[in-house]
Structure formats: C-alpha cells, structure tokens
Design a protein around this ligand. Structure first.
Ligand SMILES: Cc1ncc(COP(=O)(O)O)c(C=O)c1O
Length: 428
C-alpha cells in the first residue's frame, strides 16, 4: 500500500517541514520472503531462518536500493529548484542508471561522470541504458580524473546539483539525505516485524559500496533499539567502503536528524555496532569472483528463478557469498538472517530490444568497450538459433548456460567454449 509520507516523519513529526522528501517508490513496503530451499540446503534449525527483503521490487522501472535514497535526495534537488543533476560512478554504475531514470521522470537534465571499471556485459548494457534514458555521458580512466572533469563541468553549470558516488557522503563530505532513505527502510522493516510477518533478524547482510545503505540500516537499528546487527559486506575499495566510512556516514545522518528534530537521540556509533565484512571484494570494485558467482548460481537455482529476483556479481553476489559462509557455520544454524536485496529485478530487456545493441549512438570514446570484448553467445553470428532464442539480448550472465540453449545447439557452439575463457573469475 502506498504511503503519503515516510515512516520516519511519523515517528519524528518535526522532520516533516525540515527534511525534503518526494514519493518515488511505487511499491512499499517491499515484501520479506522466506528462502526455504536455501534453509533446507544449509540445514537451518527450527529456531532459525533465512529471509530476503525484496527491495528489488520497490520501483516498477528500476528497483533496488537507489530509489530509497533518491526520495530524500531528489526531495532536496526539487526544493532547491535545480535544473540538472550530475553524479559519478564506474562505467557500469547502477546508481547512474537510477539517476538517469529519475531525472527523466522529473524533467531534469542528467550528466554522468564515469570512470573505468572491469568490462562485463553488465557494463555494456548499462552504458546503452544511460543513453536510452537521456543522460549525457562523460568518461575518464580514473576516479581522480573524472572528479576533476566533473568539477570543471560544475563551474560552467552552477545550476546542477552535485550528487556524490552512490548518493552517499564521501570522506565526511556531501549531504546525508540518501542515507535517510535506509533509516526509513529500517522503520519499514520494524513495522513488518511488529505485524509478526517474520522474526526480528539477528543479522542483516547487505552490500557496502559507498556505505550509505549500510549506514542507514545501522542508524535505524540503533534508533529502534533492535538487537539486529548489520553485516556490511565490502564490495568496493577505500575510501568508499571501509569500517570508518560506515561509521562516518551513520554518525553524520544521525546528527542531521538530531539537528532537525532534537527528539532524535544523538547516538554515538562505534565499530561494535555493526560488522564490516572483508574478504569478498576480490582485487577491486567490479571484478567477478568465484565465491560471488557460486553464490549467484546456487541462489538463482534454488530461489531466484522461482521468486523472480536476480543477483549480480558486483554487489549482491558478494554479499550473498558472505551470508552463505555465515550460515554454513555450525553455531549459526539457529540464527535469523536477512538478506537485504539491493539489486533491481524489474525487466530491462524490452529497452534493450529497442536499443538493439546499437552502441554507435554513444559518444565515440565508449565504442571501445564494445569492440574489444564480446560477452554473450548471440554476439557470435553463426548461432543457428539467432534471434529466435530466449538468450538473444538477454542480460543474464551466462544466459547461454542451461535451458535457454538446446543441447544440440550447444554441442556445436563455439561461443560456449570461448565464453568460458573470456569470463574469468577471480579466486576470492
Ligand atoms: C545493486 C547494488 N547494491 C548495493 C549497492 C551499494 O550501496 P551503497 O553504495 O549505499 O553502499 C549498490 C550501489 O551502487 C548497488 O548498485
């Protein structure tokens, strides 16, 4: 059922006139589901359980964690009457895609400043979608270079709102508005717990990229006095994701709320208030890892296909890998564990079919990302299935694996052999 105001304002009414917010989510509260096949596989005891918070369903075009942040960030952008939004990320940034979709919806301009990240099909698809949703694209190889390029742009476009990567604060800079989206999300979860829809989780697993999502959940747990401990799984490098960036973001958001409503307690946050989980990132942001991919394959097979959610290799696959290792431990079989799904599951394939993989529409400097490496079987022209096949223009990783590709086609398919070599997984 749609709400007209965030739950946070119900608890702290003084925030209402001071903290900007607009409704963007199309489905809230998002459902929480039991992952019973996974529970069986891992022999979870009767006192424990594995659950998923389906934030992938929170928006009809593009679900996931971004839109929760954007309700508070775009509230501010509209209040400031900005004409456009500029933001930063890797060339496959989900944050950038969400930004392009929302700016288009609100009639604002969008300029994305993109730095290199390891090439994948997801990256190729994302660039095409930014363009489809009318964002202007800028590229530089490193984050430092792209930040400088962005600064130059801002000097000549003072009417643009500058959103930091992931919509979070960075090194203590930038506004906390995005983080409020996840404090509010924790209030939503508490309301569901109070309705006895599922037990209060002992642990929440969530991917930590720019640390805004994890920070909001931690702040929410503290404000609500929950026993729940957030496990923030590192999926990007410092300074974006670290124990200290989580602490800084959480404290800053609580301070902001307290400043606007003194009845919000000013709670101190330390490293004992959450767990920062390392060891799943691999050598850098965006690399595909073995444990991440194995987690995706297992969970897709047991749960995702049936329930209609997807995991991916940059964020949620790594967070899920950490969850699976946790529940594999004997002493954790009786715990209630919640996986906070931060990745979209709305179908983007119809846009991809319209775009028809026409990367030449993108600025020239992006063409090399399509001409050097091909990731999908349908890139190989000699497939006898060709456009008849389900896999055609599908974004699923290894879409050619399994049912999509009939046995007789697979046997003679050179792509099958080649792709297993191209898509290398890091040993992490
Ligand atoms: C799918 C997905 N999950 C998790 C995250 C990480 O969220 P945060 O940047 O708030 O840590 C992102 C950020 O881009 C994301 O796209």
């Amino acid at each position: 059922m749609e709400r007209e105001e965030p739950l946070l304002f119900k608890f702290y009414p003084k925030l209402q006139n001071k903290v900007p917010w607009i409704r963007l989510l199309t489905t809230v509260p998002t459902p929480v589901q039991k992952l019973d096949e996974l529970e069986r596989k891992f022999n979870i005891s009767s006192s424990g359980g594995i659950y998923i918070k389906r934030d992938d369903l929170d928006h009809q075009i593009y679900g996931g964690n971004k839109l929760r942040k954007f309700e508070f960030i775009f509230g501010k952008i509209l209040a400031k009457k900005r004409k456009g939004v500029m933001t930063f990320g890797g060339i496959g940034t989900n944050h950038g895609l969400a930004c392009a979709i929302v700016t288009q919806e609100l009639g604002l301009k969008c300029d994305l400043f993109l730095a290199y990240q390891p090439l994948t099909w997801h990256v190729q698809r994302s660039l095409l979608l930014y363009d489809y949703f009318n964002a202007n694209l800028h590229y530089a190889k490193s984050y430092t270079a792209i930040l400088l390029k962005g600064l130059g742009f801002r000097l000549i476009h003072p009417n643009y709102y500058v959103m930091l990567p992931g919509g979070s604060t960075l090194l203590g800079l930038g506004s906390s508005n995005g983080t409020l989206g996840f404090i509010n999300a924790m209030f939503e979860l508490k309301e569901q717990i109070d309705k006895n829809l599922f037990p209060e989780p002992d642990i929440i697993f969530v991917a930590c990229g720019s640390a805004g999502t994890a920070a909001g959940l931690i702040a929410g747990c503290k404000l609500l006095n929950l026993k729940t401990k957030v496990h923030a799984v590192q999926v990007s490098s410092e300074p974006f994701a670290s124990e200290s960036s989580v602490i800084t973001n959480t404290k800053k958001a609580l301070k902001y709320l307290h400043k606007n409503d003194k009845s919000v307690p000013l709670i101190n946050i330390t490293k004992d208030d959450f767990t920062f989980v390392e060891g799943y990132l691999g050598s850098d942001y965006g690399v595909k890892t073995k444990r991440g991919q194995n987690a995706i394959d297992l969970v897709m097979e047991l749960e995702g296909k049936k329930k209609g959610f997807k995991l991916e290799t940059t964020y949620t696959g790594k967070a899920m890998a950490a969850l699976l290792d946790y529940i594999d431990e004997k002493e954790n079989k009786g715990k209630n564990v919640l996986f906070w799904n931060t990745y979209n599951s709305a179908d983007l394939e119809s846009y991809m079919k319209e775009i028809n993989f026409d990367y030449k529409k993108l600025p020239k400097e992006f063409h090399k990302f399509y001409e050097e490496t091909q990731f999908q079987c349908w890139h190989y022209k000699d497939c006898p299935q060709n456009r008849e096949c389900d896999a055609y223009l599908s974004h699923e990783y290894r879409c050619w694996k399994g049912k999509n590709c009939p046995e007789d086609v697979r046997k003679i398919c050179e792509a099958y052999e080649k792709l297993s070599k191209i898509i290398e997984l890091e040993d992490a």
